[in-house]
Write a protein that binds this ligand. Structure first.
Ligand code: ZN
Length: 528
């Protein structure tokens, strides 16, 4: 077990677990890239991070898809969950565990939790009569039906009558309302909080948490005619992954420290499950609630919802193969403010790529290394030769880093990237304005001036690699390699940008050589 004293704090971040009835799409990439970026930043800031993603493998939808393919549900899950792992590998996702709801420890956790709540009386057996949407696996009341159709998917609901276990939601309604109202950090962005509150205020009916109409799932302990509702099963993955079972057995682990720091990243379509049902389950289990549930928006394609039937689905693997993982990560996080819907437009993707990645960032790195080759043969002028770093640049970087923690905590990634790229332009402008190619280097003063420009540009690029690292980790690594510094030396607290402008001598010692960069970071896309 890790020594807790080595970490200033814990940080637990999760993505939704993904249904294995179909291959991954851009929405899966999006949730996971958001979680990866914040996980990387928190690690950088000295937190002990646990980053969880995984696959939701139970339920009728999986059973049906497997039947259609003539294989077992487990065979389907085995095949499809690999596609998610492959995509996450291509996207450099730094997860600590990829959980599957068919994992043995998870099945145990779900049964333990279900049993505990039956014992407590918060889960009880009764009979359900009403409407049911099979594709959504959801019971529906008369009130929510739209012309007899499911409000979520629009398909016709069917009339059912069956024995079912129920979770007492009503019992915890008031407590949940008060909890949400008194904690602004619990549901983000803030406008989502009001949506959840108005849903709760309409009144919560007890939730059916078992099904008898199919068999692919976790049986109710002691009554295996009943399969545990797929959402009850799925939500508990957040406990399984950090050792809930060990914790219950009284074994010392990080469960308690981690869980209360949880940040659940979810799509807005599944907010209700996370902000209503999940907290009630945790109240009933006498556990603390996660710190934050962050609901992001959807990607539309040319302002229409992506769907297979419209044929306007963007394949993340196609984008990665053609433009690189970091270009996709960048676009997803830069284009829209997290929480809002965004429009995925290929022309816009290419424009951003060419102007910001290829022209602004790519050019800055290549022109700086080219200048070093030309004027010093790649040797970085030492601190003594160059003197202090340009003050304007050091101030600009400090302005960005001083707001980073707050911006990350608010998932304000687009703003961080905007400011970072503004800084990149500031450095480009600094080089243009100081025009090293015009400097007369025959005088000691001219030479010193040139050296200062070169050193300021290199230290600035190093800071840029730190700022983009959570969003574009591979690009940050490539820049570090060009600068010939240890990969991600900024994990050492002595050389983070807050003090790099004072202590750049630590990282870039006298005689430091910058590698000649022959590779182009972002080759321009010629739009055909
Ligand atoms: Zn439905």
């Amino acid at each position: 077990m890790a020594n807790k004293d080595n970490y200033k704090n814990y940080f637990y971040v999760t993505t939704p677990i993904y249904y294995v009835n179909d291959k991954p799409h851009i929405g899966h990439a999006y949730s996971t890239v958001i979680a990866d970026s914040i996980a990387r930043f928190k690690r950088l800031s000295g937190y002990k991070v646990f980053f969880l993603t995984g696959a939701d493998e139970h339920g009728l939808k999986i059973e049906k898809e497997a039947n259609a393919r003539g294989i077992t549900p487990k065979e389907l899950a085995d095949a499809v969950h690999i596609k998610f792992k492959d995509l996450f590998g291509m996207l450099s996702i730094s997860y600590d565990r990829f959980i599957r709801t068919t994992d043995e420890d998870h099945i145990k956790t779900v049964q333990l939790a279900f049993f505990a709540l039956m014992e407590k009386g918060d889960i009880y057996l009764s009979e359900y009569e009403g409407w049911y949407c099979t594709p959504c696996e959801t019971f529906l009341t008369d009130k929510v039906l739209i012309d007899g159709n499911c409000p979520q998917c629009g398909r016709p609901a069917s009339r059912v009558k069956e024995e079912s276990y129920f979770l007492k939601l009503n019992k915890y309604e008031k407590r949940l309302e008060e909890y949400i109202e008194s904690r602004p950090e619990f549901i983000k962005p803030p406008f989502r909080k009001n949506e959840v509150l108005s849903f709760i205020k309409e009144g919560l009916n007890d939730l059916s948490v078992s099904r008898t109409s199919f068999s692919w799932g976790i049986p109710v302990p002691g009554n295996d005619k009943h399969i545990i509702y797929v959402w009850f099963d799925a939500l508990l993955n957040y406990l399984t992954a950090i050792g809930f079972e060990e914790f219950l057995e009284g074994r010392d682990n990080d469960f308690n420290l981690l869980f209360k720091t949880a940040n659940h990243i979810v799509g807005k379509d599944i907010l209700k499950f996370h902000a209503v049902y999940w907290p009630v389950m945790l109240f009933a289990l006498d556990l603390p609630l996660p710190k934050t549930i962050f609901a992001h928006g959807w990607w539309l394609m040319d302002n229409k919802k992506m769907s297979k039937s419209l044929g306007n689905v963007i394949d993340p693997i196609y984008l990665i193969n053609n433009y690189g993982a970091d270009a996709l990560r960048f676009y997803l996080l830069r284009e829209i403010t997290l929480g809002l819907d965004g429009d995925f437009n290929m022309d816009n993707f290419i424009t951003r790529y060419n102007s910001e990645l290829a022209n602004d960032l790519g050019n800055l790195v290549s022109r700086t290394t080219a200048m070093l080759q030309k004027y010093t043969g790649g040797k970085l002028p030492g601190f003594g030769e160059a003197g202090s770093i340009d003050e304007h640049l050091s101030k600009a970087i400090c302005n960005i880093t001083s707001t980073l923690n707050e911006r990350y905590d608010n998932y304000d990634f687009a703003r961080i990237l905007e400011e970072t790229f503004k800084f990149i332009n500031t450095v480009n402008k600094y080089i243009n304005d100081s025009a090293p190619w015009k400097i007369d280097i025959s005088s000691p003063e001219g030479k010193r001036n040139l050296y200062k420009i070169l050193r300021s540009a290199v230290v600035s690029i190093y800071c840029i690699s730190y700022l983009i690292y959570p969003f574009m980790p591979d690009t940050a690594a490539r820049i570090n390699k060009i600068l010939n510094v240890e990969a991600f030396a900024f994990f050492k607290s002595s050389i983070v940008p807050e003090n790099i402008f004072d202590s750049h001598g630590v990282l870039f010692k006298d005689g430091h050589k910058i590698n000649e960069s022959r590779e182009i970071l972002f080759p321009k896309i010629i739009n055909t």
